[in-house]
Each structure stands twice: as C-alpha cells, then as structure tokens.
Ligand binder design. Structure first.
Ligand SMILES: N[C@@H](CCC(=O)N[C@@H](CS)C(=O)NCC(=O)O)C(=O)O
Length: 219
C-alpha cells in the first residue's frame, strides 16, 4: 500500500519528512495541501476530519495515520529501519534526538506560519520587528547547533559525522527557512557546509520545496 504524505511545498515540517521518505527509498505519494490564505485547504472539513490539528505534514500508511513530523520520522524509522537514520547506540540516538528537538521544538514553533500571522495580524508588529523576531530565534537555536555540529566536523559531512541522520533531515529545512527570510548565516559555517553536502544528495534535492508538485517557485 502506498504511503501518502499530506504536504505543503514550503512547509519545513513536511520537508523533514519528505527527506526521510526519500532517504529510505519508500514509495510514496505527495498530496499537496495549500496553506495559502483564502485557500487554506488544511482548515477545510475533509482535512480536519483527517487531522484535527489542521497542520501539515500528515502521514497515511495503510490503515495507520499520524501527524507531527517528529512522530512521523520516528514511525518511519521503526517501521522501515533501513537505512537507519538513528544510530544504534542509545546515547548517540539521544544526541541526534536532542539536536532534532532543538530545531523542531525550540526554533520552528516560534517562527511558523500561524505565529507569523498572529504577530503581523493581531499584534500588528512592523516588518522590521517581525524580521528581528524571526532572526533572533534562528540565531539562538543555530548558535548551539553550530557547536554540536562543529564537534563532528573532522568526522564526515553530516551533523553527526559520516552518517546522514534525522539531525540532517531537521537541519536542512530550517536553513531553507532562514535563507527564505534572509537571516544572515555567516556565524554558522559548519551548518552551511553540512547543508551544502546534504543538498548534493538526490534524497535532499528531490525533497526541496521548489521540486514539489505544488511549488509556485518556478511557475
Ligand atoms: N510541530 C508540528 C508543526 C507543524 C506545522 O506547524 N505545520 C505548519 C507548516 S510548517 C502548518 O501546517 N501550518 C498551517 C497553519 O498554521 O494554518 C510538526 O512538527 O509537524
């Protein structure tokens, strides 16, 4: 049975899962869900019935379904363990999960679409204030991520050395977001080197926002 991923091209949470599906070589269908104001397919009844949180990504695998990108990544890892995206050693696994959480729990939620809309809409913050908010949380998170990744710099091209892991699937979409909002990344040379290495791999290239069926980037 084909795996279905409900996704929006610019959703970095969905981008994490797209990378993992590709790295694992899993046959899957991308089902685009528009998050654009005025369309908001994620808020329509049929999508809400599927995912009451009304967010992407959302994964269906046969009769099973779940939302939340980290839960999806862990599910894929347990159901389809090869190639492994978590190390065999429990302590190393904890380190990878910690890195993932630092991005997915401590950066992304502060800068995601509904937070941005609330800041600009209800709170009426200026573009300048908004950009400062956005860059602040990226910088706070990336300062720590750079130190973690730099410790493995001599050991390979990825966050944790020579094996691609869930850490890379979480980092690269967050770098995409930072670049999209023109956040200076000069202080994070190791994160950029990792991003360049990952983006040479077909699994990452094919998961990129501009490669998605609903992308308007090249329209
Ligand atoms: N913690 C969730 C975050 C998911 C999330 O925020 N998705 C955004 C796109 S990146 C979304 O669906 N936003 C729609 C909305 O806020 O209406 C995860 O990791 O899956």
């Amino acid at each position: 049975m084909t795996i279905k991923l409900y996704s929006y091209w610019r959703s970095s949470a969905a981008y994490r899962v797209r990378i993992a599906l590709n790295l694992k070589g899993l046959d899957h269908e991308i089902v685009p869900v528009s998050l654009l104001p005025g369309i908001a397919e994620n808020r329509q009844d049929d999508y809400r019935a599927r995912n009451p949180q009304m967010l992407v990504p959302f994964l269906e695998d046969g009769n099973f379904s779940t939302g939340q990108s980290l839960a999806i990544l862990e599910y894929l890892e347990e159901m389809y363990p090869e190639p492994a995206l978590l190390p065999a050693d429990a302590q190393q696994r904890a380190a990878v999960r910690s890195f993932c959480n630092s991005i997915c729990c401590d950066i992304h939620p502060l800068n995601n679409l509904r937070v941005m809309r609330y800041l600009k809409g209800e709170l009426d913050v200026s573009d300048e204030q908004f950009n400062a908010w956005y860059a602040h949380w990226i910088h706070e998170g990336f300062k720590a991520a750079e130190i973690v990744a730099a410790a493995f710099a001599g050991e390979g091209s990825f966050v944790f050395g020579d094996s691609v892991s869930l850490a890379d699937t979480c980092l690269i979409p967050q770098i995409y977001n930072a670049r999209r909002f023109k956040v200076p990344l000069d202080d994070f040379p190791q994160l950029i080197a990792i991003t360049d290495a990952c983006n040479q791999l077909a699994a990452f290239m094919q998961a990129a926002p501009e490669q998605q069926p609903d992308s308007t980037e090249n329209a």
